[in-house]
Design a protein around this ligand. Structure first.
Ligand SMILES: *[C@@H]1O[C@H](CO)[C@@H](O)[C@H](O)[C@H]1NC(C)=O
Ligand SMILES: *[C@@H]1O[C@H](CO)[C@@H](O)[C@H](O)[C@H]1NC(C)=O
Ligand SMILES: *[C@@H]1O[C@H](CO)[C@@H](O)[C@H](O)[C@H]1NC(C)=O
Length: 201
């Protein structure tokens, strides 16, 4: 119940605080690959939870924990934050997340091909996202706070200090990917579709 409202709340508060431009809606061409991704995500409970030992978690960068609360906070703290910037960040974060999940899966693990497919579909969506916008958009300077996050996300893992790693379960990471997708690309997911994660835990 909370999730979409949390998603909108950030936007609304942002609107009140600084009356910014809430531009950059989602290009329609992106909806097909995102919906395909959403279809794959409906099997996440089995492949991201049941196939793993209880409480199994992987190490991710602190910035790879990217939830609705992060989005709300960023909208509040970064003046005039463009949706497109958050969308770019979503792709950047989750590319790393999916890579890290795949890395712990041996070739014949029962979740391996599922996760590889998820990543393929994710990359398809990213390809469409990049093509749907003029190249200059991706060269634009990012707001400083976002650039900081970006720099840390793209840091080599051996240069990331111990204190900047977090443990997270594959399922929780993929749940966040999905919830934030509904939030940031809400034009593709009408409100009847976005409701809640009935099968969250
Ligand atoms: C997303 O997937 C869920 C199944 O997990 C489905 O109920 C929902 O309709 C899908 N949404 C869209 C927009 O395809
Ligand atoms: C899993 O984590 C929960 C919550 O932290 C804990 O209560 C439970 O004992 C853990 N289970 C195992 C098998 O470690
Ligand atoms: C999201 O918030 C958590 C908790 O404050 C923080 O550790 C994490 O770095 C944030 N993620 C991003 C992408 O900023």
């Amino acid at each position: 119940m909370v999730q979409p409202s949390l998603c909108f709340l950030g936007g609304l508060l942002g609107l009140l605080v600084m009356a910014p431009v809430l531009t950059a809606s989602t290009p329609a061409s992106l909806c097909t690959p995102l919906k395909t991704l959403n279809d794959s995500l409906s099997h996440r409970r089995r492949y991201m939870k049941h196939n793993f030992p209880i409480n199994y978690s992987i190490r991710v960068y602190r910035q790879e924990i990217f939830k609705l609360s992060n989005i709300s906070r960023m909208r509040l703290k970064v003046e005039g934050l463009d949706e497109l910037v958050l969308q770019r960040l979503w792709f950047q974060v989750n590319q790393g997340v999916l890579k890290k999940i795949i890395r712990v899966l041996p070739e014949r693990h029962p979740s391996r091909s599922y996760t590889a497919e998820l990543e393929r579909r994710f990359r398809d969506a990213e390809g469409v996202f990049v093509q749907a916008h003029p190249a200059e958009v991706f060269q634009q300077e990012l707001p400083e706070k976002i650039q900081d996050v970006w720099d840390q996300l793209t840091e080599e893992s051996d240069r990331v200090p111990e204190s900047s790693w977090r443990l997270a379960s594959p399922k929780s990471l993929v749940d966040s990917l999905r919830q934030t997708m509904f939030c940031l690309f809400r034009d593709c997911f009408t409100s009847e579709d976005t409701p809640q994660d009935r099968e969250s835990k």
